[in-house]
Design a protein around this ligand. Structure first.
Ligand code: ADP
Length: 485
């Protein structure tokens, strides 16, 4: 099948969070199955600075938007190891910037124009294909408009006329909501605006709602999250529409990319291990303790966390639980960046406790050291569509302690005797988090044999994409009725 994936993020070229990881793994594994996979994404400054070898100029083309005409350039890049082809849409006025969506915390005010343009460019690009696109698979609000734009009667190209669309919700809370006045800039007929399932959303327009309303099929990144988004508590105002579309929603848990996240081959680690050499994991702990400036004692339980520090992720709850916890003989290694307030709370605590280390920033390298070097890993998210760090932890024998929500609910099973792979708790309060962490600490200290069994339970699980990808493959098959890759 010919699959086109427009996206604002794909690792390692442009990533803000788990969506970048997911799109990368999805496309590479689809290609491995034999599909022809093409990615379209903006040519951000960061990508330009990569100076990719073998990136070639494809063409220039004109995009007639309702508010202006843009001449853009397209670059083509073949990932030789995966076979995936990437098209970079180059329009410096919109994309030659520091960030993807924002500079630090302030969203670019022209984001609606940037992603209206990107939607048009992704569709017009198909004119230059010498094949018909079978499936177009968009991701989150930046690509939401593509879904109605394909259904409004505009003749984009013969290559995309018969296409089936899939829209993945990675996070329902990021909706791309903008003033109603932007509707004119999109170029859709009025009939796409003012009705219950149109683009209007509480007096604004919503790019995410556009994707949900007009895609042929919707997926989200875990079964529990697929259910939660249809409820008043988790629906972020879109529950009514999602309930209506429930027959067309599938929850598929993300996998992990084992070429990047595998303790046996991880290129960031000095020491490697798997189940048969599990004792070597302590060398990773030693490295981490040294790197973070923690007291070098392998018997002290070491607890890690890696996150965007935003309200969703619950690190304010961690901060409240810490005062009691840090009196214990335990250590923390946290990595994150985000809201100033949470950053300064954690920085302040780290000034007063030598057993609490917080690296305030973004570091792929340190993320791998933490996942490998810790004994316990916390994911205290208020809600979590899928969550990747708990899956990485399981693979690395680092026991996850998580709030039972979304993909965390689906991937963590409570320890019972020698079964289970971690600890989950609910509701999310500082007290419950503290108790859950102490439960893990107690097991670590009192029964190392059982602890090791639990580590192995997690490490044995199969969270790789070879399995998950079949679910997307089958979904595309059912939509297109094309049976071969
Ligand atoms: P989300 O997509 O909501 O941020 P996920 O758990 O799905 O959450 O994915 C987060 C991804 O981003 C993981 O790969 C995690 O390791 C990475 N990550 C988050 N914060 C940082 C950071 N400060 N440094 C390095 N990696 C980070």
């Amino acid at each position: 099948m010919h699959i086109l994936i427009p996206t604002a993020e794909i690792y390692p070229y442009a990533k803000v969070g788990g969506m970048g990881d997911m799109v990368a793994a999805l496309s590479r594994h689809l290609s491995k199955l034999g599909h022809d996979v093409r990615i379209v994404l903006p040519y951000y400054r960061n990508i330009k600075n990569l100076n990719l070898d073998h990136q070639i100029f494809l063409n220039n083309f004109k995009v007639n938007l309702p508010f202006k005409t843009i001449n853009c350039r397209v670059l083509e890049y073949l990932e030789t190891d995966s076979g995936v082809i990437l098209y970079f849409i180059d329009y410096p006025e919109y994309f030659d910037r520091e960030g993807i969506y924002n500079d630090r915390q302030k969203d670019y005010p022209d984001n609606p124009e940037r992603f209206i343009f990107f939607s048009y460019a992704a569709l017009l690009l198909t004119k230059h294909f010498d094949f018909h696109v079978d499936v177009l698979h968009g991701h989150d609000w930046p690509t939401g408009l593509i879904m109605p734009l394909l259904k409004c009667g505009i003749k984009w190209s013969a290559q995309i006329e018969e296409v089936k669309t899939v829209f993945t919700i990675h996070n329902l809370a990021y909706q791309g909501n903008y003033p109603l006045s932007y509707f004119k800039s999109i170029g859709l007929p009025e009939s796409f605006l003012h009705h219950q399932d149109g683009l209007e959303f509480f007096g604004q327009i919503s790019f995410l709602k556009a994707g949900i309303a007009y895609a042929d099929h919707i997926t989200t990144v875990s079964i529990t999250y697929a259910r939660e988004i249809q409820t008043d508590a988790g629906g972020c105002g879109l529950q009514g529409l999602l309930q209506k579309r429930k027959e067309s929603i599938t929850g598929i848990l993300n996998g992990i990319d084992e070429s990047i996240w595998n303790p046996l081959t991880d290129s960031y680690l000095t020491n490697h291990y798997d189940i048969s050499t599990i004792e070597q994991k302590k060398l990773c702990k030693q490295d981490l303790q040294q790197k973070m400036g923690l007291h070098p004692d392998l018997n002290i339980p070491l607890i890690g966390g890696i996150s965007r520090l935003v309200f969703q992720k619950g690190f304010d709850i961690v901060a409240s639980a810490l005062v009691d916890l840090l009196a214990e003989n335990i250590q923390f290694a946290l990595l994150g960046t985000g809201d100033d307030q949470i950053e300064s709370q954690l920085t302040e605590i780290s000034k007063h406790y030598s057993n609490f280390k917080f690296y305030n920033g973004y570091s792929e390298h340190l993320a791998h050291l933490i996942i490998a070097g810790c004994d316990i890993f916390i994911v205290p998210s208020r809600y979590e569509p899928c969550g990747l760090t708990q899956l990485y932890s399981l693979k690395y024998g680092t026991i996850p302690v998580v709030h039972a929500t979304g993909g965390l609910e689906d991937s963590v099973n409570n320890i019972k005797d020698s079964t289970g792979n971690g600890i989950k708790f609910s509701p999310l309060t500082p007290y419950n988090l503290k108790i859950a962490i102490l439960k893990a600490v107690e097991l670590y200290q009192d029964d190392r044999d059982r602890w090791k069994k639990i580590m192995i339970n997690g490490m044995k699980e199969n969270h790789n994409w070879d399995y998950q990808i079949l679910q997307y493959h089958n979904l595309y098959r059912s939509l297109t009725r094309i049976m071969h890759p």
